[in-house]
Design a protein around this ligand. Structure first.
Ligand SMILES: *Cc1c(COP(=O)(O)O)cnc(C)c1O
Length: 411
């Protein structure tokens, strides 16, 4: 046989007659159905399976919340509304998307520094939980509460005094723009006692994109401990304990999926004490990419095969303007290839041949696959970037160079 397709071991989509199958049909037919390239496709079955996999691995009373910034496409969010226990939003725009679903407001939280007065007013009117990011934000919430007579639900987002080790993105520990430093939280909680807000609990989110179960386990142990210390100062019962998330997905060669069973076993061991110490709390794990990342594809068509000084380029109609992360320019330190394959010609007929899949933009950054086994692609073929269901379209500079936006479909 030829060199195997890269990352075939992680391939979540079936291959039939050498053609990728998406949503129960061949990619060729799906492209016809969509009507134009490039496009994003998200597979609802894979999203559903992912939620079921989490439910099976984690204790039954761990609630699952979806952080919609990973993929805020309304159809995806509507689909997840029937599967998860809550949503986390990070803007007024995202709030609108989740309020259009059946999710009850008490299961929706709003995190993020720099919430505008308008966003705070909307959140308070909606009755959702505001994850408080600073003492100053509390003052602004109290002003609105006093004026409107509302009693906003507030959970304190804590910037923990520990880190989530080996995370793709650290969002807690050390100086951070997120949350309130753990050592300053007791004073803030004391202040809250006399204010017209409803204390809801804690939000302790330490990081993102982690594939090491040991690191997540350590962070979860530290999170419960920190929550216990802080709860001693709480102005009311803790009704919400958001333990953060950080569950990563494999993107690059050599990365292995997170050992979910190990994370689940550890949580199961921690829960008896947690239930005793927080008898009225809902325990929440908040995830974005883990729900949707592996369920999504970005599909571009090869416009031209071009050879330059011994290197083959596949010039495609899609590129970094739609998928910044796959170009390596969304938080990667050293550029690595996302898994990419030729969707309508998965295995080469002859010898595997190297090619770089590049976009149409006039910048050398516009590379979606750098020297991969894609050289058997012909003009008109469909090049697929896998692991593209999270931080794809909405994390990309779509206005750059003025190409049309891609279609998104949920299949
Ligand atoms: C971005 C973010 C998430 C989602 O992160 P993923 O890596 O996609 O799971 C969850 N919670 C908060 C507070 C975030 O900022």
């Amino acid at each position: 046989m030829n060199a195997p397709v890269q990352h075939a071991q992680n391939l979540k989509f079936p291959v039939l007659d050498n053609v990728l199958q998406v949503g129960g049909m061949s990619l060729i037919r799906l492209a016809e159905r969509v009507g134009s390239t490039p496009f994003y496709a998200y597979d609802r079955r894979l999203i559903t399976e992912r939620v079921a996999q989490l439910r099976a691995a984690l204790p039954a009373d761990i609630h699952l919340h979806y952080a919609i910034k990973a993929n805020p496409m309304p159809a995806v969010v509507q689909h997840l509304a029937g599967l998860v226990d809550g949503f986390d939003v990070a803007s007024g725009g995202e709030l609108k998307v989740v309020l259009d679903t059946v999710m009850p407001p008490e299961n929706i939280s709003f995190a993020g520094p720099g919430k505008s007065e308008r966003e705070l007013r909307q959140a308070i009117a909606a009755g959702i939980v505001i994850n408080l990011e600073s003492g100053r934000e509390l003052e602004r919430i109290v002003m609105i509460a006093t004026e409107t007579g509302a009693r906003p639900r507030v959970a304190v987002r804590v910037n923990p005094d520990f880190e989530l080790k080996s995370s793709g993105m650290k969002m807690g520990g050390g100086p951070k723009q997120f949350g309130i430093d753990a050592e300053r939280v007791p004073e803030l909680l004391a202040r809250m006692k006399t204010l017209p807000v409803e204390f809801f609990g804690f939000h302790i989110f330490s990081g993102s994109q982690n594939l090491k179960a040991e690191s997540i386990i350590e962070a979860q142990i530290n999170t419960f401990e920190l929550a216990r210390r802080l709860a001693a100062h709480a102005p009311g019962t803790v009704r919400l304990l958001n333990l953060g998330g950080g569950f990563g997905i494999p993107y690059f060669p050599g990365e292995r999926p997170l050992d979910l069973a190990a994370v689940g076993e550890n949580l199961a061991a921690l829960m008896p004490d947690a239930r005793r110490d927080f008898p009225e709390a809902e325990f929440v794990i908040e995830l974005g990419r883990f729900f949707v990342g592996e369920a999504g594809l970005y599909v571009s068509r090869v416009i031209e095969r071009k050879e330059s000084r011994g290197q083959l380029f596949l010039v495609m109609d899609g590129g970094l303007h739609h998928h910044l992360a796959a170009s390596g320019n969304f938080g990667q330190v050293i550029r690595k290839n996302y898994p990419v394959l030729v969707g309508n010609r998965v295995e080469p007929e002859g010898e595997a041949q190297s090619a770089s899949a590049v976009g149409p933009l006039c910048t050398p950054l516009d590379v979606l696959g750098d020297r991969m086994n894609l050289g058997h692609a012909c003009e008109g073929d469909l090049v697929v970037v896998l692991q593209s269901g999270a931080y794809g379209l909405t994390a990309s500079p779509t206005a750059f160079l003025g190409h049309p936006a891609p279609v998104e479909v949920l299949v």
